[in-house]
Design a protein around this ligand. Structure first.
Ligand SMILES: O=c1ccn([C@H]2C[C@H](O)[C@@H](COP(=O)(O)OP(=O)(O)OP(=O)(O)O)O2)c(=O)[nH]1
Length: 149
């Protein structure tokens, strides 16, 4: 396992750091560090603090905030930015943009697991300017060019 520096910005997380729910889990659950309940009307978006800051300190890593599938599928609770991207040099608190895309109001409970964080490898590139690419099987075909369906 890779070690990651983390700061706790909310005392309620002291014995409750984000963790993997099972040994094979990819995501670390992020909690809504709210003082009280927060009702999110249909269509509304709110920025929710998670009480933690991380420092990936390696341009070869990034963290991504993803919705929790249960909340998304059952309640329409997803992310206002669809996916949140945490840069390796970001040291501030992680916030979750929570979007209620459903038809009913949803009440977020304090410390509820509201989203999940995955750590992913990233490849940084430099551009090599060319006039022509070397040939590939696909070429410029896209958007359904490979078949009828
Ligand atoms: O859901 C998110 C998305 C981003 N961030 C933090 C970490 C990230 O490194 C920083 C900047 O995010 P991004 O680059 O996506 O935002 P931007 O709108 O391009 O702003 P900036 O000019 O700060 O890069 O904000 C979060 O806490 N939650």
């Amino acid at each position: 396992m890779t070690q990651l520096d983390v700061k706790i910005l909310d005392d309620r997380l002291k014995d409750n750091l984000p963790e993997y729910a099972t040994p094979g889990a990819a995501g670390l659950d992020l909690r809504a560090c709210l003082d009280g309940t927060l009702e999110l009307a249909p269509g509304a978006t709110v920025l929710v603090p998670t009480g933690i800051a991380i420092h990936l300190d390696n341009a070869g890593l990034a963290a991504m905030i993803l919705p929790r599938s249960g909340l998304g599928h059952k309640h329409g609770i997803v992310l206002g930015n669809l996916v949140g991207l945490i840069d390796s040099d970001y040291q501030g608190q992680i916030f979750v943009s929570v979007w209620n895309r459903g038809n009913a109001a949803f009440t977020i409970q304090p410390m509820e697991r509201i989203a999940q964080l995955i750590i992913v490898p990233v490849v940084q590139v430099t551009f090599n300017l060319v006039n022509e690419f070397s040939e590939s099987e696909r070429g410029e075909g896209g958007f359904g060019s490979t078949g009828k369906h």
